[in-house]
Design a protein around this ligand. Structure first.
Ligand code: TNX
Length: 526
């Protein structure tokens, strides 16, 4: 008996060793179910029929050929896409993918179809070099969380449209469905606003940037840094992301982190002093002055933002707002008095509530960093919890939606290793395994409260990422770990070692695409 069992185990081990790559078992994130039917498919290239292309115009020719990189069709396999009814209680993002004599993707929504395409694309990226017969498989898949986000700060450093598309390609490959675009901050305003041209004429340029961490004594690089996206470019990016199943959430920072805007329009600050766009990092005391004319200015900006971004969620920042100026400002004190506010925290809350009411009147939902909890949470606000998980917990307990992005696990501007050769980063320590072990739903929440945790997000603040290559190095491969925890139910999650094995097979994808990445060295390698 022992012998037979032993043999069976050995055979099983041998088989899994022989075919570690087959049947989609190297996919990230791991699908909910993969069923193998038999060996049938001779696979070379795929062909999407013209009528399918007509029905789903977002699979344009470019996208298709980009995805599969082929011109010649030898033994082309037909790809068919089908919208099907949603099964009761099923995730709207579910999809079925069958790789057989033909490839069929069916889903209850277009986003489901796009997720199926993403799996197919990843699978092909992993296997394109293997010729021959592959097993007939059926995948049924859906995500654990509806909000699977990644952020990018383009204020501290600006990156061109081409790079933003690459970034989106990577997010789509790993089924991230929310791109949080941090478009404004102290060091640069990066979105064209037609009504206020100085925002970009003045606010998108700084004369220089601090070298490394030379705060004191200050050392600048004497190199101007500038850039912004025109409204046409924004539309192009939004379309590009939408085609790949990604929603773009714009962030317009207020009332803090607003020095670039105030450099252009100092009349909306408390002191009205003209100050340049800073090239040094930090939190600045000059913020928007809380009065009606500032609110009108910001609402006009939001009007243009809303017209460009179909996203239901609009992020208004709200973080790190020193109250120094407000305490001494006549206008702010007047606003406080007229509205019977007790302190400056309530003044911040008043400000956020005004913006919340405005966005709500336009059918949008306000998202803000967890400081928006201070002084009372605005009725419809969604909280992005960054200073730990407490903000998310507090929001959920007040029946508000929350997105988890704690510095401890989701800050991809933190170091990935303690070694001395890592490129300069802001600080912290967030290695791959830590991201993989993150569980977005805090254990202190009841099952009902847990429903308010929409998901999680990685943040890439770019103070210390002056180049595209550095951004990618910080993103890859940690985004793969985030993707896994946002998609897979915790009880079905693989071991970290198994994840490492899968990840190794993704490195050639990064290399072929010339995406810079941090090579992961599994600890258990002999
Ligand atoms: C805090 S996270 C900030 C950013 C910085 C980041 C650096 C947040 C809402 N505010 O302004 O870039 O730390 O890690």
């Amino acid at each position: 008996m022992y012998n037979i069992l032993g043999r069976a185990v050995l055979v099983a081990l041998f088989l899994s060793f022989q075919f570690p790559n087959l049947f989609g078992q190297n996919l990230i994130p791991q699908p909910v179910s993969i069923e193998q039917i038999g060996k049938t498919v001779e696979y070379n290239d795929f062909e999407i029929k013209k009528n399918t292309l007509a029905k789903f115009p977002w699979i344009g020719r470019d996208y298709f050929f980009l995805a599969w990189g082929t011109c010649e069709k030898r033994n082309a396999i037909e790809v068919e896409l089908k919208l099907r009814p949603r099964v009761l209680g099923e995730s709207i993002e579910a999809y079925n993918l069958e790789i057989g004599k033909k490839i069929t993707i069916s889903a209850p929504s277009e986003n489901g179809l796009k997720l199926g395409i993403s799996t197919l694309k990843q699978w092909h990226n992993l296997h394109w070099f293997e010729k021959g017969t592959i097993p007939h498989v059926k995948i049924y898949d859906y995500p654990k969380f509806t909000y699977r986000g990644t952020h990018l700060d383009v204020s501290r450093h600006f990156y061109p449209v081409r790079f933003i598309k690459t970034y989106i390609d990577i997010l789509a490959l790993y089924k991230i469905n929310q791109f949080h675009w941090h478009l404004t901050d102290d060091q640069g305003w990066r979105i064209e606003i037609k009504k206020y041209p100085l925002l970009t004429e003045i606010g998108s340029k700084r004369t220089e940037t601090m070298v490394a961490k030379n705060f004191n004594p200050y050392l600048g690089d004497s190199t101007p840094h500038e850039g912004y996206y025109t409204q046409e470019e924004i539309k192009e990016i939004v379309q590009y992301a939408t085609d790949r199943g990604i929603n773009v959430i714009p962030e317009i920072e207020m009332p803090g982190h607003s020095r670039a805007a105030l450099a252009a329009y100092p009349q909306f600050s408390c002191t009205q002093k003209v100050q340049p766009v800073p090239g040094v990092w930090g939190v600045f005391e000059d913020v928007y002055c809380v009065n009606d004319s500032t609110l009108e200015f910001l609402q006009n900006i939001l009007d243009e933002v809303i017209a460009l971004f179909p996203s239901k969620m609009i992020h208004i920042g709200g973080d790190e707002v020193p109250k120094t100026r407000w305490k001494e400002c006549e206008k702010c004190q007047n606003t406080k008095q007229v509205n019977q506010l007790n302190d400056v925290h309530e003044l911040q809350s008043y400000f956020v509530q005004k913006i919340d009411a405005y966005l709500s009147s336009k059918g949008r939902t306000l998202v803000g960093w967890d400081e928006i909890l201070e002084g009372g949470l605005s009725p419809n606000a969604v909280v992005m919890s960054w200073r730990g998980t407490e903000g998310g917990i507090a929001a959920a307990k007040q029946n508000h939606y929350a997105i988890m992005t704690p510095g401890s696990h989701c800050y991809f501007d933190h170091y990935q290793d303690t070694n001395k050769i890592e490129p300069l980063a802001i600080g912290g320590f967030t290695p791959l395994e830590k991201v993989f072990n993150y569980q977005p739903v805090p254990s202190s929440l009841s099952p009902q409260e847990a429903e308010y945790i929409l998901g999680a997000q990685a943040n890439l603040w770019t103070e210390y990422m002056p180049t595209e290559q550095q951004v990618l190095y910080m993103l890859l491969p940690r985004i793969c770990a985030l993707s896994e925890i946002l998609w897979v139910e915790p009880e079905k999650k693989s071991s970290f070692t198994q994840f490492e094995t899968r990840l190794k097979q993704h490195e050639p994808i990064f290399e072929r695409n010339m995406w810079n990445y941090r090579k992961h060295e599994p600890k258990n390698t002999p």
